[in-house]
Design a protein around this ligand. Structure first.
Ligand code: ADP
Length: 539
């Protein structure tokens, strides 16, 4: 066979050639804009040529600090297309982490959204390698800024050549992108994506038994383009010529519901907190969501009750998937096997709320105290992964030695595997509740709590306990209409039939809101800090 390198530039070339009329719909601060792939291709080539003029060379890191919109998409292809490396920076990290990441990756150029300029300004004095800032704005004038030297994205494009040729003579193993995990402790860890990894991951995204992304789809990535490359959707959707709807800055559940209705979105993806918000919005207003063929949910466990509400009440098929920044990220997808379709509703929901089957192309092991666990849905162990789109180290980071061993990524996730080979995540190792030498899954308790009709969000954390070492405490946010009407006892009685007595939370604390991480997951560390003396005080 021919040894042809798999390159990110070739993904956009295909869209330019075969789908020049298809659209990218982009929401920015000034409203909705529409571009064809022909226009996106031309603008991307202009951007690559402008970056070259600014001194960006092969292997240099090009940082982005931006929402999901067409300009961000153009950088997704311009940087790897010229042999440089796209580095997407999480806009919600602390100023210290933002400076750490930019210095650690040694970004040469930073492309920044107009409304995010103040966030970059507050860290800029710490940056050691940035030689130029490019502001992404719809306006003719640049905002006032202390960043320098500073350029206008659109002006650079106007002055640049649309003839730029994406580099062909690169090694497919060369870096194309990088992204840092949002650290819960210590500094964020960098993951480098190769051209080959991104292209193979894009293939995987299109498989009928995974996400089945195709030209016919209208794709709305809610997951940010600064979080694991919006789960790889911008690459795959461009390659396949799907219509893309990029929701832009500061979106709300209402805006998402409106975009789904107006743009007839067929496929969307994000973390559970987004879908809990959308569900709440759908309950308030009347929206036509009939175009949706799939909501993909990952990043943390999709609550069973939420899956049920989407599927039965709104008839929206719900796809639960699992992955990590380190896995590009798609690793497992939960789908019924052909012979499971006739099972009863509860059994189907059980399968759907598990994390699912390994995506073709990857290998897995679940390893407990006695080696690989039995596939009995009971025995727990740490999930290990390997494959062509799984990272093999953290970028220049000694913590690699712990996570990458013997050719495997140690995910830090504890799972069971059932007879069908389906994995169910029990917890992250650090979130498991260790009570009297036994493990309690916070995820299972959360699932049960969120199935109560009054519960909007629930997070269960370990709280230190003198006798049992740790005990579970549930933090619950009630839906507005139920506040003050439902008490602790009712909640505990509701979940009691599903668990052994010692699994039940020692307390239920009602909150206004559960603190979230920079990518919208429950921030359990903050809850643990807040509650560490709770049981002592109440015992
Ligand atoms: P961060 O580490 O910044 O949260 P990642 O997106 O890389 O960012 O997080 C990956 C982790 O998210 C996984 O290791 C796992 O613990 C959790 N996760 C991802 N998908 C799921 C899922 N479907 N169910 C439960 N946990 C999930």
């Amino acid at each position: 066979m021919m040894n042809v390198p798999l390159t990110v530039g070739s993904l956009l070339e295909r869209a330019e050639k075969f789908f020049p009329k298809k659209q990218v719909v982009s929401r920015t601060l000034s409203g909705i804009h529409r571009f064809t792939y022909k226009e996106i291709g031309e603008r991307t080539r202009r951007l690559a040529s402008a970056l070259e003029k600014l001194g960006v060379e092969k292997g240099d890191r090009v940082g982005t600090f931006a929402w999901n919109h067409h300009r961000h998409l153009e950088v997704y292809f311009a940087a790897p297309g010229m042999g440089a490396v796209l580095h997407t920076i999480n806009i919600r990290l602390s100023p210290e982490h933002v400076s750490y990441i930019i210095n650690h990756a040694e970004d040469k150029v930073l492309l920044v959204d107009e409304d995010l300029v103040p966030l970059i300004e507050r860290s800029k004095d710490q940056f050691k390698t940035v030689e130029a800032y490019i502001i992404m704005t719809d306006k003719d004038e640049l905002p006032e800024t202390t960043l320098e030297p500073v350029y206008s994205y659109e002006e650079l494009l106007r002055e640049a050549s649309p003839e730029f040729e994406f580099v062909k003579d690169i090694d497919e193993n060369d870096p194309a992108g990088m992204c840092y995990t949002s650290a819960t402790t210590g500094n964020p860890k960098g993951v480098v994506y190769s051209h080959r990894g991104i292209v193979l991951h894009s293939y995987a995204f299109g498989l009928a038994d995974t996400a089945a992304l195709s030209e016919t789809d209208v794709v709305l990535p809610v997951v940010p383009m600064f979080h694991a490359n919006a789960w790889g959707m911008p690459f795959a959707a461009t390659w396949f010529g799907s219509t893309q709807v990029l929701p832009g800055p500061l979106f709300t559940p209402k805006l998402l519901a409106d975009l789904i209705e107006q743009e007839k979105v067929t496929f969307t993806a994000g973390v559970p907190t987004i879908w809990l918000g959308l569900l709440n919005e759908l309950e308030k207003g009347s929206y036509d969501t009939s175009s949706l063929r799939s909501i993909v949910c990952g990043g943390s466990a999709a609550p069973r009750g939420m899956i049920k509400a989407f599927e039965t009440k709104y008839k929206i098929p719900f796809l639960h998937a699992y992955g990590m920044t380190e896995t590009t990220p798609l690793a497992t997808v939960s789908r019924l096997k052909s012979y499971q379709v006739g099972l009863d509703e509860d059994e189907i929901l059980d399968i759907r709320s598990k994390q699912g089957l390994l995506v073709p192309g990857l290998e897995m092991k679940v390893v407990g105290g006695n080696g690989e666990v039995k596939w009995d849905g009971e025995e727990m162990g740490e999930l290990l992964l390997r494959g062509p789109w799984i990272a093999d180290e953290y970028y220049k980071d000694e913590r690699s030695a712990e996570a990458f061993r013997d050719g495997w990524l140690y995910t830090g996730d504890v799972a069971t595997v059932d007879e069908e080979g389906v994995i169910k995540l029990v917890d992250r190792t650090k979130d498991l509740i260790k009570s009297g030498g036994e493990w309690i899954s916070s995820v299972d308790l959360e699932n049960a709590l969120m199935a109560h009709e009054a519960v909007f969000e629930a997070s269960v954390v370990a709280v230190p306990h003198q006798q049992w070492q740790e005990r579970p405490v549930a933090c619950v946010v009630l839906k507005e209409q139920y506040r003050g009407k439902v008490d602790k006892q009712e909640i505990l009685e509701f979940i009691a039939p599903q668990f052994a007595k010692w699994w039940l939370p020692d307390d239920v604390i009602f909150m206004e809101e559960i603190p979230k991480t920079s990518v919208g997951k429950f921030l359990k560390r903050a809850l643990r800090d807040q509650l560490k003396d709770h049981l002592v005080q109440n015992s």
